[in-house]
Design a protein around this ligand. Structure first.
Ligand code: TYD
Ligand code: MG
Length: 457
């Protein structure tokens, strides 16, 4: 029998201390330490049932991890090429974004392909899940459905099933409770204890475990970071109410590249995969307005073309407004400062709005040049040539620095019918032959000096 001890666990960051304090020593938040019972032996104490582990070398032949296709190519891509048996995946996202829909579709596809899939819903009654399945047209798929929140019952059910399921979905981890703890479901200790037991089950049995996690207001998966550390893969399902697009983004992946994205469109009958996101993001393009520039960006290993829109307007306010959607506001401030200081563009009395079309959130630093082009175009009231794309990082001196994956960006633009590309003057070694007319730019002032640029208007 494990010795029971108590510890004070911070409800914000999950760090634990032996003594109560007003301020968490981990994250410095006030009044967040709560007493909790931990059923574990203290760390570092040798246990009588320990065994000697045979140490291995690093250079042995490793067979590729076997993978199971989820039936959704976009989901497979994001997890690194299919679900890895015995791995644990956390899917986070705002309420209503479509997590349950995505996972029910994946479970149904998997079950229809002859695998076993089990779906435990703690948030919705079986009738609700069935209704959704009907709406998605997958009601006949042989998915095992359970409406249960008790961890012990779930583990018992999984343990007693004849065959280990290939996929186990828990929707959501915040609704589970373990009776070994007094605290309420959704608290750090409950979330941690339940996730730990389930991850252990997955490792032991070889089932792929998917945990759904809600996101708190400040964007973290609730039951804070503790679950992220435990699982192999963390995916975020993003999007906003105004758009039909949903982006599944890997932020941590032990079995593949992180940063990878999968793109879906939410329809009346469920999520549809979007195989070519650039076409989608450029679909509603307004070709003639000043202030729009097409950015050839990278999302993980995939090039994605997207329109960056800027509006620069004289401000009636003493302190002009700067608003950004889909990009980092401090990067906008930096690009504006460079345009002002290095290129002589007087934007101090103007309101500046910047928007990434389609609801995409860009983190690629190569967007600087496209944002700058959009700003200059809006400021001067002259539209950019429709056949042009832009990418490059702007340094504080105004120099345009080379970025990665040039060849992939150019190739995608060529495929979509673009004819010219404004690129960093120092092209990296990976910019191969391209059918696009390249316009190398060494310094941002070249863009302002040669404005409006020549091209296919
Ligand atoms: P849901 O999967 O329940 O979101 P989550 O589990 O992340 O909270 O998705 C709910 C939203 O998706 C809801 O607003 C309705 C919408 N939806 C569709 O547009 N089409 C569909 O086929 C389904 C099932 C849901
Ligand atoms: Mg849900």
């Amino acid at each position: 029998m494990a010795k029971t001890t108590t510890a004070y666990v911070c409800q914000e960051c999950g760090s634990s201390t032996a003594q109560w304090a007003g301020k968490c020593p981990g994250c410095e938040a006030w009044n967040t330490l709560i007493e909790e019972v931990t059923g574990e032996r203290g760390p570092g104490k040798p246990s009588s049932d320990g065994k000697v582990v045979a140490l291995q070398t690093l250079n042995a032949e490793i067979p590729d991890a076997p993978r199971i296709s989820s039936g959704l190519a976009e989901l497979d891509r994001v997890v690194g090429g299919g679900l890895v048996p015995g791995s644990a995946i956390l899917v986070g996202g705002d309420p209503g974004i479509g997590k349950s829909t995505l996972l029910l579709q994946a479970a149904a596809e998997l079950a229809n392909a002859g695998h076993t899939a089990v779906y435990f819903s703690g948030e919705e009654a079986t009738a609700q899940v069935r209704l959704r399945a009907e709406r998605l047209g997958v009601a006949s798929a042989p998915v095992g459905l359970g409406a249960e929140t008790g961890l012990a019952h779930i583990l018992k059910t999984l343990g007693e099933s004849e065959k280990t399921p290939d996929l186990v979905i828990i929707d959501s981890i915040q609704t589970l409770w373990s009776e070994s703890l007094e605290s309420a479901p959704g608290t750090v200790s409950q979330v941690r204890a339940c996730a730990q037991s389930l991850v252990r089950y997955a490792k032991r049995s070889g089932a792929t475990l998917v945990l759904v996690g809600h996101v708190t207001k400040d964007g973290q998966i609730a039951g804070p970071k503790v679950v992220e550390h435990m699982v192999d893969t963390v995916l975020y399902f993003e999007g906003d109410g105004a758009h039909q697009y949903r982006i599944l983004r890997a932020v941590k992946n032990r079995f593949g590249p992180s940063d990878e994205i999968g793109v879906f469109e939410m329809r009346g009958d469920g999520l549809r995969e979007v195989a070519n996101p650039s076409e989608l993001f450029l679909g509603e393009r307004d070709n003639v307005s000043p202030g729009a520039a097409v950015f050839a960006g990278m999302e993980g290993t995939r090039p994605v073309l997207v329109e960056i829109q800027a509006l620069v307007a004289p401000s009636p306010l003493g302190t002009p407004r700067r608003a950004v959607v889909g990009w980092d506001s401090s990067r906008l401030a930096m690009v504006l400062a460079v345009l002002h200081t290095r290129c002589g563009l007087q934007l101090g009395t103007y309101d500046v709005y910047l928007n990434v079309a389609g609801g995409l959130k860009i983190t690629d630093p190569a967007a600087d040049l496209a944002a700058a082009a959009a700003l200059i175009s809006s400021f001067s009231g002259v539209a950019l040539p429709v056949g042009n794309i832009y990418f490059g990082e702007v340094s504080l001196s105004g120099a345009i620095r080379p970025v990665g994956h040039m060849a992939a960006r150019l190739k995608e633009a060529e495929k979509l019918g673009f004819t010219a590309a404004a690129v960093p003057a120092k092209l990296g070694s990976d910019a191969e032959e391209t059918g696009l007319r390249l316009e190398p730019i060494a310094h941002l002032s070249e863009l302002t000096a040669n404005f409006p640029p020549t091209g296919d208007m």
